[in-house]
Design a protein around this ligand. Structure first.
Ligand code: GTP
Ligand code: MG
Length: 419
């Protein structure tokens, strides 16, 4: 047996080399990827090595089997042969029976014996098949790699990394393309290979495109602020934080209204806070009672209205919520979105809650999120100003006014920066 290794850019090429040198009967014993020596190029930096083998002399036909038969094979052949006559039958019939038996043995002998190397060949075929699949995978990967950059002309490596990083953070492809192109336009050509300068430009580009709402303009009129959103996203906690900040940090007079008479314990949750913070609170049971409650706080600077959490799929309940928002004559409707929600669900929530005409988005639970691409996508898609980032359970500390640069860092660096 002759064994030889062949190295080429693809399995196919290496196999062709093997067949040419060792002949058509050669088989593949093994394949592996090997790094290409010399300069590493970004694409096609690997080669494939196959180990081929061939029998130099054709295997001799197995020797004629001796004309003896095991008892078992004789018995089997006998059993499957036409029934032999009983011993007491005539001699000619017995002879004919023996002839039939002999013919069967002859037929068995003529049948080609399986070639001993058949299973080896099968194994070799499987190895080769696997290697070809690997080969195709590698070509596909190269194609995908090229397709990823199809939107761009020549892109420096640093900018390719920007694009890939944005995709990794689940930024929608079209926004990632827009961002990368904006960075390319903004950055000085001499800085394009400077990773730090590129990152700074990326952060500035994300920050300047982020729809931060900024702080509410001072007003003599009472501001009526309603928080709405799916269940458990942090509406009540956020209201407690905001009410405490308005009162303690800004010295405003605050009124609280809870419309959540649906969930057990919801009223108590806000009431406990209201008592501690010494903020007056009203509970309303129907949309029709909202105007009276608002009127009661008409001398206050801000009124926060807490609503029951509703699934975006609950049409009837969302229509009820709309009545509350309308009865309150809300100045601001903040839709609270949890940072843990995926793209598709966020889209559905925003679509269904658009019935309530949200004026702002609040991003909650940002401290628990692993990536921020979905929040970026929803902000870009809706262009609804983002008012606050809620970043923990502590009242009132874990909240901040939304800010483009803070968000840019979280998005691009893929982690909640506790700043
Ligand atoms: N980690 C983290 N937890 C939060 C945040 N905001 C709220 N929570 C927690 O989330 C849970 C639900 O908060 P709630 O304020 O009751 O949520 P809700 O939207 O009012 O819930 P429903 O009224 O039942 O729809 C509580 O355990 C809060 O402490 C946040 O920004 N980060
Ligand atoms: Mg609540």
């Amino acid at each position: 047996m002759r064994i030889k290794k062949f190295t080429a850019a693809s399995i196919k090429e290496a196999t062709a080399q093997m067949k040419e040198e060792l002949g058509a009967d050669a088989i593949v014993l093994n394949t592996r990827r090997v790094p290409k020596s010399g300069l590493m190029k970004p694409l096609g930096k690997e080669q494939f090595e196959i180990t081929g083998a061939v029998d130099e002399q054709p295997a001799p036909r197995p020797a004629e089997p001796p004309q003896t038969y095991s008892r078992r094979s004789v018995r089997q052949a006998y059993q499957s042969a036409p029934a032999l006559p009983e011993p007491h039958a005539e001699a000619e019939t017995a002879v004919e029976g023996l002839r039939t038996l002999a013919r069967r043995f002859e037929r068995e002998e003529e049948a080609p014996a399986p070639r001993p190397s058949q299973s080896l060949r099968d194994a070799s075929d499987i190895i080769q098949l696997k290697a070809e699949v690997e080969d195709m995978k590698s070509v596909l990967m190269q194609l995908t790699h090229q397709l990823k950059y199809k939107h761009f002309g020549e892109l420096p490596e640093t900018l390719k990394n920007v694009y890939l990083n944005l995709l990794q953070q689940d930024v929608d492809e079209r926004y990632a393309v827009t961002l990368t192109n904006s960075v390319l336009k903004r950055i000085h050509p001499q800085e394009q290979e400077n990773a730090t300068a590129v990152e700074q430009t990326v952060l500035q580009t994300i920050a300047s495109g982020f729809p931060a709402a900024g702080t509410a303009a001072p007003s003599k009129k009472t501001r009526v602020v309603v928080l709405v959103g799916p269940t458990g996203v942090g509406k009540t906690t956020t209201i407690a934080k905001l009410a405490a900040i308005e009162k303690l940090a800004h010295g405003k007079s605050v009124g609280l209204i809870s419309c959540d008479t649906y969930r057990i314990g919801a009223i108590e949750q806000l009431k406990t806070f209201a008592v501690i913070a010494e903020i007056p609170m009203q509970v309303v049971y129907r949309a029709a009672d909202v105007p009276a409650a608002v009127k009661k706080f008409q001398k206050h600077d801000v009124i926060f209205i807490d609503t029951v959490g509703r699934s975006q799929k609950a049409k009837k309940e969302l229509a009820e919520l709309k009545k509350i928002v309308q009865s309150a004559k809300a100045d601001e409707v903040h839709l609270v979105l949890s940072a843990q929600t995926n793209d598709a669900t966020l889209n559905e929530i925003v679509d269904k809650f658009s019935l309530l005409e949200p004026t702002h988005l609040i991003f909650s639970k940002m401290d628990e999120a692993a990536i921020f691409g979905p929040l970026y996508n929803i902000a870009q898609r809706t262009k609804i100003p983002v008012s606050f980032f809620a970043t923990g359970q502590a009242v009132p500390d874990d909240i901040s006014v939304s800010d483009g640069m803070t968000f840019a860092k979280m998005l691009y660096q893929g982690r909640y920066a506790n700043a």
